[in-house]
Design a protein around this ligand. Structure first.
Ligand SMILES: C[S@@+](CC[C@H](N)C(=O)[O-])C[C@H]1O[C@@H](n2cnc3c(N)ncnc32)[C@H](O)[C@@H]1O
Length: 265
């Protein structure tokens, strides 16, 4: 099918669901990145979109920072606030020409360590996730983007980290089960619950205290994505463990990031 035929096809079936701009974006993805050409294949994808499957899972692609990543239903769809977290780390260290070691906890599709490695090729970058399916996606992305990241299958809550680091970064699961009702239907129905929910929404943050103590180099830093509603609880949790807490708002004006420095022994 030609681009024009694909556009007309999408328009016919999806114009009540997507704006023209989104339809054009979809057509561009099909033209450039997902060259499927039969009407049957496209109809199959249209059905998925009509069933509220996220576009990124249907096309298998997501754009994050400056790069294009493969995604599937085993990994969280990259979010703009995570892009801001990555940007914070990159800008914080751009002025120093010093090689660092970094680990990303709960790496999902690998977006965080891959972007950081691409911007800082001399850094040693590791990443871990408990999900082998997610790690397969992250490894594929690292290969496609030619980023040398070492991935580990590991449970952050019960195992120790594979090394010592200058920087630990994480966007952990931080949504409690009783917040599920407030979330979009498409997120709850299609994104992996292991990536979103935790019985105790602070459990990964609590574990970070012990892991930070044992695996951060002196003067090390921890960068975390956080739930906008948990700032006060995090102050309480960390104020006696780290000398400095720096919260940062995202572009929506919500506190979604936290930097911890000067770990106290
Ligand atoms: C919120 S997602 C973040 C994914 C990716 N870093 C991003 O920002 O898009 C959390 C990730 O933590 C992983 N995870 C969940 N429990 C874990 C555990 N106990 N140990 C390590 N990783 C875990 C999930 O598989 C998921 O990939």
């Amino acid at each position: 099918m030609t681009q024009q035929q694909i556009f007309q096809f999408f328009k016919k079936h999806l114009q009540n669901k997507f704006a023209e701009r989104e339809l054009n974006h979809l057509v561009r993805i099909y033209g450039e990145d997902k060259p499927i050409h039969t009407e049957e294949q496209i109809l199959n994808d249209v059905t998925k979109l009509l069933n509220n499957q996220p576009i990124q899972y249907v096309t298998g692609l997501s754009y994050f920072y400056k790069y294009k990543f493969k995604v599937n239903s085993h990994v969280l769809i990259p979010r703009p606030e995570t892009e801001e977290l990555v940007d914070w780390i990159i800008k914080d260290h751009a002025k120093y020409n010093v090689s660092k070691s970094l680990i990303d906890i709960g790496t999902g599709s690998g977006i965080i360590p891959i972007c950081i490695k691409k911007e800082n090729p001399s850094w040693h970058v590791d990443a871990l996730d408990v999900s082998e399916d997610a790690l397969a996606v992250a490894e594929e992305n690292a290969k496609l983007l030619e980023a040398k990241v070492q991935f580990y299958a590991s449970d952050f809550l019960s195992e120790s980290m594979p090394g010592m680091y200058d920087i630990i970064v994480s966007n952990p699961p931080y949504i409690s089960m009783n917040e599920m009702d407030r979330m979009g239907e498409s997120v709850v129905a299609h994104e992996p619950h292991i990536a979103l929910f935790a019985d105790d929404p602070l459990i990964f943050y609590k574990r970070m205290i012990e892991q930070g103590k044992n695996h951060l180099n002196p003067d090390g830093l921890v960068y975390l994505e956080i739930n906008e509603f948990r700032k006060d609880e995090l102050v309480e949790l960390y104020q006696n463990c780290f000398g400095k807490l720096e919260f940062k708002k995202d572009l929506q004006g919500k506190y979604r990031m936290l930097k911890l420095s000067h770990p106290l022994s």
